[in-house]
Design a protein around this ligand. Sequence first.
Ligand code: SF4
Ligand SMILES: [Zn+2]
Ligand SMILES: [Zn+2]
Length: 310
Amino acid sequence: MIKCSTCDDVAVFFQRYSGKKLCGQCFVKSTEERVQKAVSKYNMFTPSDTIAVALSGGKDSVSLLHILHKIEARFPKSKLLAITVDEGIAGYRDEAVDIASDTCKILNLRHMITSFKEFYGYGMDEIVEVAEKKHGLTACTYCGVLRRKILNVTARNAGVDKLVTAHTLDDEIQTIFLNVLRGDVARIFRTESTFLCKKFVKRVKPFCGVPEKEVAFYAFLKNIRFQVAACPYARSSSRNEVRTFINRLEIMHSGTKFTVYKSFQRIQSSIEKFTEKVDFQECDICSEPTARETCKACQILMELNLLNNN
Ligand code: SF4
Ligand SMILES: [Zn+2]
Ligand SMILES: [Zn+2]
């Protein structure tokens, strides 16, 4: 029997990068504490914030909602709610929306559901059909842009102060690598503090210090229901290639993900002082904030001849 490094119970998880062996209870506690630590370290919330979690129904967002619900109970002046965007992906999103709704019922939280169809007039399946014929763009590229816009508008209209996304440490590292590979230097060093626009609801990522694998194990230990099926369009994502590459590095050099993240944060905070503030203007089509004349969402839909006035 292998003992937990923190108590006398049987260890069920070996955290290679820290050398710790943890029992179920200590593992759950340490995951929740890491979320709390990130919330405090980055001053993510104030005690009276209205907080919305972008709830997809996947393991990350459902687990995070459970943890934040627990933390938020200590702050009676704050409000917690969830926003789910139904992208309109047949055979995939229905189950996720169902799980998201059930989670909010269990936690007694307000749940706002919005959709691509409602907002843009087209669901992802229709958009992909057109995009595949016209463009070499991968589905995730435009899906992400379109979802971000809906989330921002929905949260802002609901008076939300902080919009929470369940990006894990893995997501953060993948994004860093993807931006480097694409040569998108501006995005690498652009942070929330470089945005000069009240129309953007501030985004926070309390899972930024928790590896994806540990979120999955947390959900398993807590018996949390989440959607297991993968999105049918995810296969075409270059993020998957980066994920495989980083996971290989992590196996060979344990702790790589944390090292990369910390290095990046250090570089980012030094560069931030010299980074020019981005002055956002209103999109000439939808009036949402953009650094260019037309926002990226309108641009994508316009190129696909799918632009409705939304
Ligand atoms: S995997 Fe890609 S296409 Fe599927 S929901 Fe996520 S971002 Fe959209
Ligand atoms: Zn223990
Ligand atoms: Zn626009």
